[in-house]
Design a protein around this ligand. Structure first.
Ligand SMILES: Cc1cc2nc3c(=O)[nH]c(=O)nc-3n(C[C@H](O)[C@H](O)[C@H](O)COP(=O)(O)OP(=O)(O)OC[C@H]3O[C@@H](n4cnc5c(N)ncnc54)[C@H](O)[C@@H]3O)c2cc1C
Length: 543
């Protein structure tokens, strides 16, 4: 858990997963799932008829017909790997690229962009002197991502922290003429938030050192991922600068880091369901939409999957808004603003982050999951009980009043509360910064013992009540604008008073609501007012 010393809004879970075990587990999960057939082939063409997708075709000419298609091509579209000034087509190290599919998408009318990402060298753990690094243990016991996981029983491995230094930076700077990034060989735009080490050394030249986390790749391998030194310098330069780093003086590089350029489909061409605007029933998810990262990809895969099924079943789509989930923030950012560099999710991107805590994800989303059949009745039953316990306990704390009698003063004195001069509810006492919930219930226990999860929600709910209420008021205002819907086929050309830029942007993005329109860059408050008036004129007050 990151940021445990900060408030709950910025705490975040992070996991390093065993690469091999994860792959096996997911394969097992998919194979055990009813109604999924696994078919392998290199898709070269998306098949379309009358503006609707009808399936895909592989390089062998095999056609798979379907009602919906979801493209999740990652970094494979015209993937080009760079190591130093050498480059070669590949989807990922050792894998074929997908050369034809992006042309097929272009032929269908999609704009295609180009991005770049990179990966660090892998190091043999047997050649690392860990005594010269700082050991970084995970939480004990490890905290699962999901409340459906009771506990994690796999053995845990630590990571190790080390740093670059002046010598490392000198070697990198001296060799920039052999870096594809700095010789103009790479055209795609790279990630601002996890830049390559050569980028960091050049852009943050005032920094004396940069962190490197040496992360084990799994329980059954000695391979280490050197997180922090993603690079596309030539292999000999990589090894040379690695050897300047504490603990890595004799490191053996299993494989060098590399940069990869790839095509993506700019996500402003998508609806909030992740269905493309121009080809019905075709969905895009993951890195093809300009994101980078596992969670970003998984989140989009989930939403595209749910909505592709909803489309087939002709049921309501699932759209999460910015106040409900980071997924909502992610998708809204992508489809409204697009991205010019690989997009990563951060807590700072969310306006209502005090509400979007990982610890209340189930309270925010389980109900929706249950309604669309993704949460079992058993899990839902457990969740309802949890929600009831939280409500009941908060209610008890708000209604139980403590009078400043001698007996009460002794009782609260025992748990460290020194002052109680006027009558106060238990929740008022809990709001005091020095009062911990765990101690408070030693003096005034609930009728039945509560689980840690319930206790956490009760404590955050009461301690941060003022801030939470303020955000809830903002959310109400936000929802008002989100509910003012704009039909997708709205005719912006008919409106007088828009500048050409505003008109072009609105026609390009085709926002689904006034709220979304306000978030398009370059759409001024004046333009929003004109749009509101035009909508009212066209559709009456209901829209
Ligand atoms: C070496 C490396 C290390 C990374 N490390 C991290 C990390 O530590 N943390 C993190 O958050 N992110 C990391 N990332 C980024 C993360 O892996 C990706 O952002 C994420 O996996 C993207 O998921 P995706 O499902 O969109 O695509 P991918 O996971 O790339 O999957 C794409 C899949 O589509 C298949 N495919 C592509 N084209 C076709 C076609 N035409 N026909 C058939 N199949 C096709 C490919 O074979 C592949 O299986 C790393 C990326 C790389 C390359």
């Amino acid at each position: 858990m990151l940021n445990t010393r900060k408030g709950p809004a910025v705490r975040a879970l992070r996991a390093q997963a065993d690469r091999v075990l994860y792959k096996l587990e997911m394969r097992k999960t998919i194979e055990a799932q009813e109604n999924i057939d696994i078919l392998q082939g290199m898709v070269t063409r998306v098949l379309e008829k009358n503006g609707k997708v009808i399936g895909v075709e592989t390089g062998l000419g095999i056609r798979y017909l379907s009602k919906t298609v979801i493209l999740t091509t990652g970094t494979f579209l015209k993937g080009l790997i760079h190591i130093g000034l050498k480059n070669f087509p590949a989807g990922r190290a050792g894998e074929f690229p997908s050369m034809e599919l992006s042309d097929s998408l272009r032929d269908l009318g999609f704009q295609i962009g180009r991005l770049k990402t990179g990966t660090p060298p892998r190091i043999d753990g047997r050649s690392i002197d860990f005594s010269k690094t700082i050991i970084q243990h995970g939480d004990e016991p490890p905290i699962p991502f999901s409340y459906s996981t009771e506990k994690i029983i796999n053995p845990q491995l630590p990571c190790y922290l080390t740093y670059t230094n002046a010598e490392t930076h000198k070697i990198i700077k001296d060799n920039l003429d052999r870096s594809p990034l700095y010789c103009g060989v790479i055209e795609g735009v790279g990630p601002r938030y996890c830049p390559s080490i050569e980028d960091k050394v050049v852009r943050f030249s005032e920094k004396e050192r940069h962190q490197i986390f040496l992360e084990p790749e799994g329980l059954n391998t000695t391979e280490y991922y050197a997180n922090g030194i993603s690079t596309s310098l030539p292999a000999d330069v990589q090894l040379k600068f690695i050897h300047t780093i504490s603990g890595l003086e004799k490191a053996k590089m299993i494989r060098p880091g590399y940069a990869i350029e790839y095509d993506f489909v700019p996500p402003t061409q998508l609806k909030p369901t992740l269905e493309t605007k121009i080809i019905e029933n075709l969905f895009n998810a993951g890195q093809i939409n300009g994101t980078s990262g596992y969670e970003e990809a998984a989140a989009q895969g989930l939403i595209a999957g749910i909505n592709a099924v909803a489309k087939i079943k002709d049921t309501e789509p699932l759209i999460l808004n910015r106040s409900e989930a980071y997924i909502g923030v992610l998708i809204d950012d992508l489809i409204t603003k697009g991205t010019k560099e690989p997009y990563r999710m951060f807590t700072s991107r969310a306006e209502y982050r005090l509400l979007l805590r990982h610890d209340n994800a189930d309270l925010r989303l389980r109900e929706k999951g249950y309604k669309i059949g993704l949460v079992s009745s058993a899990e839902y039953g457990i969740f309802m009980k949890k929600r009831e316990s939280i409500e009941k306990e908060i209610n008890r704390l708000k209604t139980k009043r403590i009078r400043p009698t001698k007996e009460a003063k002794t009782r609260v004195g025992e748990i460290g509360i020194t002052e109680i001069n006027a009558e106060a509810t238990l929740s008022q006492l809990l709001k005091r910064p020095d009062v911990e919930y765990k101690r408070l219930i030693e003096a005034y226990p609930p009728a039945e013992p509560l689980t840690n999860e319930v206790m956490e929600q009760v404590e955050i709910g009461i301690k941060y009540e003022g801030y939470i209420q303020r955000q809830l008021i903002e959310v109400e205002r936000f929802k008002g604008l989100e509910e003012k819907r704009i039909p997708l086929n709205f005719d912006y050309d008919k409106i007088k008073g828009f500048s050409r830029e505003v008109k072009e942007k609105l026609k390009d993005i085709r926002p689904v609501s006034i709220g979304q329109a306000t978030r398009i860059s370059g759409i001024t408050p004046a333009a929003v007012s004109i749009l509101l008036v035009a909508l009212e004129r066209e559709y009456g007050r209901k829209k």
